[in-house]
Structures are given as C-alpha cells and as structure tokens.
Design a protein around this ligand. Structure first.
Ligand code: ZN
Length: 316
C-alpha cells in the first residue's frame, strides 16, 4: 500500500550538537546520525523498498528548543527551515516539510511558521515538547496559536526531554527515556492543551501525536469520568475531554507496530484520525511497513491510515 510517513527526522550540520542521544551504543548512534544527515540513496532506497511514497521531514529532538539563547534559537530555526526547503525542492515528489520553530519566543515562532507555510510551502510544524520548562498551554503562547489557527496547518507535538527528572525515575534512568518518560511527558503536554482550554479556545487547531497517541486513546473514558471530580476553571463543565481529543487530536502509528493497539486506537478515535508513520531513523521502517501492510483492516481503512488521512490533513 502507498504510504505517507510524517514523523520522519533529519538534522543539519549546524544543529548536530542538538540531537538527543536515545542510546548508549556508539555504533547505533553513529548509524542514526548518518541516516539523519542523509536525503539521498540511503533514505530514498528505504522509501522505495517499504512503499513510502512521501516523507514529511522534521528536525530531530530537541533541535533549537535545546538552545538557551533566544536570538540564536530563532536564527538556527530559520536556517534549518531554509536548509529543509532546499532539500525538499530537489525531490518535491518524495519529501515535504514541517517547520522547525524557536518556541523560546512565541511571536517569532508564529512569524516563522507563517514564512515556512506561505513562502517555503511547508505543511505544518513539529514541536519537540517543552521549551526551557514552558508548555504550549501557557498564556505566552496565545499569539502562536492564533497564527496556527489562521494558517490552518497542523502541529505535531513530538516528545522531547522532561524539563526536570521527577523522583519516580530516580536510579532507573531507562524509565526516564523514550521507553516511558517521553510518552508520559508528551501525553501530559497534550492534556494541558485539552484541560487547559487551548483546544477549546482555538477549535480550528489540529494537533498530531505520535506513538499511537501517547496512551491517550486508551484513557478517554477515564478522562471523562475523573474530570467530574476536578473541574478546574478553564473548561466549561459540559466539555468532555474525550470530545475535545476526538475533534482536535490526530495520531500516528510511529514506533508502535502492534495490531491490538492499532485496533483500539481506530475504535477510540475513528478511522479518519489515525495515520501511518515510522519515526525514522529511530525505528525500523521495514517493520513499520510490514505491520501496516498486514494489519487486519479493510482495504478502505488501510488506505485512509496509509495515505488518505495525511493527504487530507496536510493538503498534500
Ligand atoms: Zn520521532
């Protein structure tokens, strides 16, 4: 089945110092770095082999969100977007771009998103989690969300490192990484947008979560049920978290090649809200492609998951 993949990463020579290291193995990491820097045969041959017609590319975590100096982060983000635009222009049939943004400055991030969408032809943005301890439901980001809604492009909320390491991860560094903490962090970040009112205030905004929705599709009933005990002040009492999630959040299959999780997610969110992705080069594209090609789905639903939903959402 023809596929579009949208959690697929790269880096630039300038951002090489801002690549998170998810493995202790030098050999594994060297291979990841080689693949992140490649836009040629290594990536294209893999895409041909696995039926990935098109990749929407994004800067790997943390990118400029790991830069302390705001002006430097803004400069590097702009360079990264220009770099990606040049690569996409060489193979516009195979690649597309998500903007890389310096969320240290919400107004500047909004302006850069507009430039990336209107001038560079990008189809949204990918954000690598929190930035210097700030989360996207904070008031400082209101100008950014206004711009996102106006442009009508989705924002992929991708894992990044936690701002600090809570005591529950003490002496268990493996739990503090992609195996669990990145999921917990990203799900909590998305819930801040749901319960904090961002997605109610900006009903046109569409968020994409990877990793089969970072556990949220499996928690819809509980989110609605427990919210009765803690209404907070930001949502009207009748607003159900599950309804906001079903309307505003789309998910990808990146890094979760499990037919049971896929079936549950399709049932929880609906067949128009789930999209194929790999999370290249951190996950194996052959495994991801074989998984979706063989998943027990009707051919109509498989086509939606593999390419139709992404085409519609991203205007590809
Ligand atoms: Zn990723």
């Amino acid at each position: 089945m023809r596929k579009i993949a949208l959690e697929e990463h790269f880096t630039t020579p300038e951002l090489a110092a801002y690549v998170a290291r998810p493995t202790q193995s030098d050999a594994l990491f060297a291979d990841v770095e080689r693949r992140l820097a490649d836009f040629g045969a290594l990536r294209l041959d893999m895409m041909d082999r696995t039926g990935i017609a098109r990749m929407v590319l994004s800067v790997t975590t943390p990118g400029v969100q790991g830069v302390r100096d705001t002006l430097e982060a803004i400069r590097l983000a702009r360079n990264a977007n220009d770099f990606l635009a040049r690569e996409v222009s060489k193979r516009p049939d195979r690649y597309a771009g998500f903007a890389h943004l310096a969320l240290q400055d919400a107004e500047a991030a909004g302006r850069e998103l507009e430039r990336a969408v209107r001038e560079l032809g990008f189809c949204g943005a990918l954000i690598n989690g929190q930035t210097n301890g700030h989360y996207l439901d904070e008031d400082r980001y209101l100008p950014f969300w206004e711009r996102v809604e106006e442009l009508g492009v989705p924002v992929y909320l991708h894992p990044g490192a936690m701002a600090d390491q809570p005591a529950m991860f003490a002496h268990r560094p493996e739990i503090g990484g992609p195996i669990w903490a990145w999921t917990a962090e990203t799900a909590a970040h998305a819930l801040r947008l749901v319960l904090g009112g961002t997605l109610t205030r900006f009903p046109g905004v569409r968020i994409i979560l990877g990793h089969m929705g970072e556990t949220l599709p499996f928690l819809l009933w509980r989110l609605d049920s427990r919210r009765q005990f803690d209404l907070g002040e930001t949502l009207p009492p009748e607003a159900l978290p599950s309804a906001i999630i079903r309307r505003s959040i789309k998910v990808t299959t990146s890094g979760v090649c499990d037919p049971t999780a896929l079936a549950a997610t399709l049932q929880a969110l609906g067949e128009d809200n789930v999209m194929f992705s790999v999370d290249y080069p951190y996950e194996d594209p052959d495994i991801a492609a074989a998984f979706i090609d063989a998943a027990p789905l009707s051919e109509e639903v498989r086509a939606k998951v593999c390419h139709g939903n992404a085409e519609r959402l991203l205007g590809l």
